[in-house]
Design a protein around this ligand. Structure first.
Ligand code: ZN
Length: 303
């Protein structure tokens, strides 16, 4: 009798908790923070604001000031939520631990190990934006970085419990005794001990159903990659990594001066443009300030 009473009590408690769970449909509501998110029925893509990068020297992109509409670059992070798990794609330019959100934009001055300097403006931490969706970094199943530059790796250490999806050449360069310039190794050093899946093929189907596919796109860095998403309502979307930074690079056919291999970048661009044509997918240039400004931001989502 007593045991049945306990069971009944537990059943009631469970029912109350389920009823109290936040509404996550429609993408319009903001779930309250500490509750865990439930897996959706179809793939969702959240665009997370990881700041704005101010570029002083356009020459590095083989562009002139009069050729671009803005010199600013967006810094975007993306969370993909699939019924079978989650994937974080790129982790920002400023580590959450390095600044305190005030609700107003905060500009951080970054000095890279090779003495290059950058200014990045941030408003919300990545962790806070994930918490708003009901996730903490330790809940995330997979981590994939488009590439190793500092403006994509800032919070990578937070995702050390995830399975890291990376190409061998990229991992080797990142963890070498002397990592390449424009990296901030202290932000991703914990990945050395992460469970790691080395991607060997041109395409890696993350959840096995063709909806979330990492494609090899070398040139910018040796193991640079892009993300192809097949969304039920939105259709195909390709997250560019740094295949281009400014949309004008695409229109005017300019290749930055700091590519690992510019010839490889050109060949990759041709291949990806053909892929876009074949699939009809949209290309979202992650650093395109104006393009990014038009996207729905988390907690809203694309599906
Ligand atoms: Zn970048």
């Amino acid at each position: 009798m007593e045991r049945n009473a306990i069971r009944l009590f537990l059943a009631v408690v469970t029912a109350v908790l389920v009823l109290a769970a936040p509404a996550t449909g429609g993408g319009q509501t903001t779930p309250s923070a500490p509750l865990r998110a439930q897996p959706p029925l179809s793939v969702r893509l959240y665009v997370i604001d990881c700041g704005t990068l101010h570029i002083a020297d356009l020459g590095r992109f083989q562009l002139k000031k009069e050729e671009v509409t803005t010199t600013d670059l967006s810094v975007a992070c993306f969370l993909v939520v699939h019924p079978k798990g989650t994937l974080i794609w790129d982790t920002g330019a400023v580590p959450d631990a390095a600044w305190k959100p005030t609700g107003s934009p905060v500009t951080q001055h970054i000095v890279l190990p090779d003495s290059q300097e950058r200014d990045v403006t941030v408003v919300k931490s990545l962790k806070a934006q994930l918490a708003e969706l009901g996730y903490s970094p330790s809940d995330i199943t997979y981590l994939a970085l488009s590439h190793y530059h500092y403006d994509h790796t800032a919070n990578a250490n937070e995702f050390a419990a995830a399975t890291w999806l990376v190409r061998q050449v990229e991992r080797d360069a990142m963890l070498a005794e002397k990592p390449p310039g424009t990296t901030q190794p202290s932000t991703y050093s914990a990945l050395r001990h992460s469970k790691t899946l080395i991607l060997k093929n041109d395409e890696h189907d993350v959840f096995g159903d063709g909806t979330v596919v990492i494609k090899s796109a070398p040139g910018h860095t040796p193991g640079h990659q892009i993300l192809y998403l097949k969304l039920a309502k939105t259709g195909g979307v390709v997250l560019s990594g740094d295949l281009y930074h400014y949309p004008e690079e695409r229109v005017l056919d300019r290749v930055p001066t700091f590519e690992f291999n510019p010839e490889q970048t050109r060949a990759t661009r041709v291949a990806i443009e053909a892929f876009l044509k074949k699939t009809g997918a949209q290309l979202w240039i992650q650093h395109d300030f104006n393009g990014n400004a038009k996207l729905k931001k988390s907690p809203n989502f694309y599906e």
